[in-house]
Design a protein around this ligand. Structure first.
Ligand code: KG4
Ligand code: ZN
Length: 330
């Protein structure tokens, strides 16, 4: 089955062609990072406008690179949430228009399911599994008994991990997006600031990252008042170690309590080098899948991968109205 997938929930305009949920024939990603950089974050209205500008070109490129014709496509899939509403609308309209024009069935895909199924592209998901989903908008621990069966065990009470990375980078004047910058800078520093590790003992699987963020803010504020220099590399390292301590602790707890052998770590923050390194070192004897870097951050291939299994479960529609809630199946 050949699926044409569209992703436009944030600031990446992406179209991919995926065969049988696994073989990526093309995955074109047009990132708007350079446009949003100067604002220190994604500006929703600007993101929507740029999706409109880029979408047709990205569509054509994806079909050309996959070396297929319109006739070869069996299903059109599109991220239908969660995300920036104006951005989502551009992708949904483009996918609907394409499906309507070429008389193809259409299926809406939850963005987070896409992130999880990114792990099924170069590997095979094995069940039951625990997925740690860490992105700019989400931090979730999910138990999956089988394909298409999701149970959210815990999530963040405030900031998502990626959001905390981006905000801390902004406080330190490091640029946007903060994740990859802090990742690289932290390598040069030491964990000297001894930041708080919130929610290690509370609410089991719930997360909270705004406390770590405020702690960084206080350190910068007091240093500025006293005219002291901040060691940015050490502060980046301390922030990163605190965050990863919490993520690994909660992940291990869920893996133990649910007695699973399989772990997936996905979402933009799963691209983090230190997280990848520590997870493999600190969690032994488990089958751990972290998608390739290019499938960690937002891309349409992961939506095509998820769509294959979602289609098998619930079919698709030709009425071009994307049904279903944007929640995971709870
Ligand atoms: O999954 P994603 O591309 O978009 C959302 O669905 O949110 O994730 C983007 C987030 C940003 O907050 C970015 O700073 C973070 O992922 N990120 C990283 C790294 N690369 C991207 N965070 C930590 N380390 C990285 N290497
Ligand atoms: Zn995402």
């Amino acid at each position: 089955m050949i699926i044409l997938a569209v992703e436009s929930s944030c600031d990446e305009t992406s179209v991919a062609v995926v065969k049988d949920g696994k073989e990526v024939l093309s995955n074109v990603v047009n990132s708007q990072i350079d446009i949003h950089k100067k604002f220190g974050g994604v500006v929703p209205e600007i993101a929507s406008r740029n999706h409109i500008i880029n979408m047709t070109y990205v569509f054509k490129e994806a079909i050309k690179k996959a070396n297929i014709t319109h006739d070869d496509i069996d299903l059109v899939a599109v991220t239908h949430g969660p995300g920036l509403i104006g951005s989502l609308l551009v992708g949904i309209n483009a996918a609907s228009a394409y499906a309507l024009s070429y008389d193809k069935p259409l299926i809406g895909i939850h963005h987070l399911k896409g992130h999880i199924y990114a792990a099924n592209i170069d590997n095979d998901l094995k069940f039951p599994l625990i997925a740690l989903l860490v992105s700019g908008g989400h931090t979730e621990l999910i138990y999956m008994e089988d394909h298409g069966k999701y149970e959210i065990l815990g999530e963040t009470l405030d900031d998502a991990v990626g959001e905390a990375y981006d905000k801390v980078a902004r406080m330190l004047d490091l640029g946007y997006p903060g994740g990859p910058i802090i990742d690289a800078l932290a390598e040069k520093g030491k964990d000297t600031y001894n930041l708080t590790r919130p929610y290690l003992d509370k609410d089991e699987y719930m997360f909270s990252f705004s406390g770590i963020k405020s702690a960084v803010n206080n350190i910068i504020y007091h240093a500025n008042r006293k005219g002291e220099e901040i060691n940015k590399a050490n502060l980046a390292c301390s922030f990163q170690e605190a965050v990863i301590d919490v993520l690994i602790y909660k992940l291990k707890l869920a893996v133990k309590n649910y007695n699973v052998d399989n772990i997936v770590i996905a979402g933009g923050v799963a691209a983090n080098k230190r997280l990848r390194q520590r997870v493999f070192k600190e969690i032994e004897g488990k089958n751990i899948i972290i998608p390739k870097m290019e499938y960690c951050t937002d891309n349409a291939a992961m939506i095509g991968a998820a769509a294959y299994y979602e289609y098998k479960k619930r079919g698709a529609s030709k009425d071009y109205l994307i049904k279903g809630s944007s929640q995971l199946d709870l």
